[in-house]
Design a protein around this ligand. Sequence first.
Ligand SMILES: Nc1nc2c(c(=O)[nH]1)N[C@H]1C(S)=C(S)[C@@H](COP(=O)(O)O)O[C@H]1N2
Ligand SMILES: [Mo]
Length: 318
Amino acid sequence: MLIRRPPDIRYSEVTPKALYLRRREFIQTAAAATIGAAALAAWGGTAAHAQGSGRKLPNVRKSPFSTTEKLNSFDDVTGYNNFYEFGTEKDDPARNAHRLATSKWTVRVDGLVKTPKTYDLDEFIKPHALEERIYRLRCVEAWSMVVPWIGVPLADVIKRLEPQPGAKFVEFTTLLDMRQMPGQRVPVIEWPYVEGLRMDEAMHPLAILAVGLYGEVLPNQNGAPIRLVVPWKYGFKSIKSIVRIRFTDAQPRTAWAVSNPREYGFYSNVNPTVDHPRWSQATERRLGEFRRRKTEMFNGYGGQVAQLYAGMDLRRNY
Ligand SMILES: Nc1nc2c(c(=O)[nH]1)N[C@H]1C(S)=C(S)[C@@H](COP(=O)(O)O)O[C@H]1N2
Ligand SMILES: [Mo]
């Protein structure tokens, strides 16, 4: 995502007074895109370049849903990230995400579901076999990469949780904790990060909850310990570091659509014929390549997902 400061956020609500006063000067003088970087520079980072978790995940089976395209390098996948909770520059997450403590992670499941419950991560994932899913990820910023995720089908998890018949959407929420996630002191969007899917989208076999990549436990900068991956939608739908999954009968108020409704909608399907208000979506740059590629409808997954949107005006439902 590129940031554009939403006009209606009260900075005093989300930032300590001192930071808030200091930031007012930044905002008046600097371009919005530099605010996060300036504020984060003060916190510093340790890792000089991208690091993985270094913890191998055993018993991962290959999935027939994988693309056979050339993988992006481990360094690209773990060093060039969007994770605004750790800063808005592409190398900020790799430098700052070590602050996130992922060992005692829980996932709250509530809303229209048989049994609302807070699960330990292990308990939440263990019932499902891990699969490697090599997917294209297409960011709304018009770059893309190919990532060997490890995860479980979201549909299997949802079936196990047993949503009530009235559940029409699933909402996902990222951790809210500005001590671990210093980027949350900067109101680039309304925190916490929230995403959502219509129930039939969530049940599609391509949607996964990822817990790893490149054979190992998910590096923090990629959304450890558990994140969504929805390959036919722009990258921002693939929410990281999930602490809550809520089933609801109303369309979730997703963070980007709330913060900047003119530029981001609920569906956010990759669609080369609908430009972003500030740039074209017709082509993309694959990380590591020079010549731009044509962006494919639904990021090339149209054969599998187009029927989810039959009869919908995808220009209006962007
Ligand atoms: N919580 C959270 N999830 C997020 C983001 C974010 O800033 N915060 N960025 C999104 C965007 S814009 C993209 S392109 C992908 C990038 O995932 P990656 O860094 O693992 O490639 O994560 C998405 N999930
Ligand atoms: Mo993105």
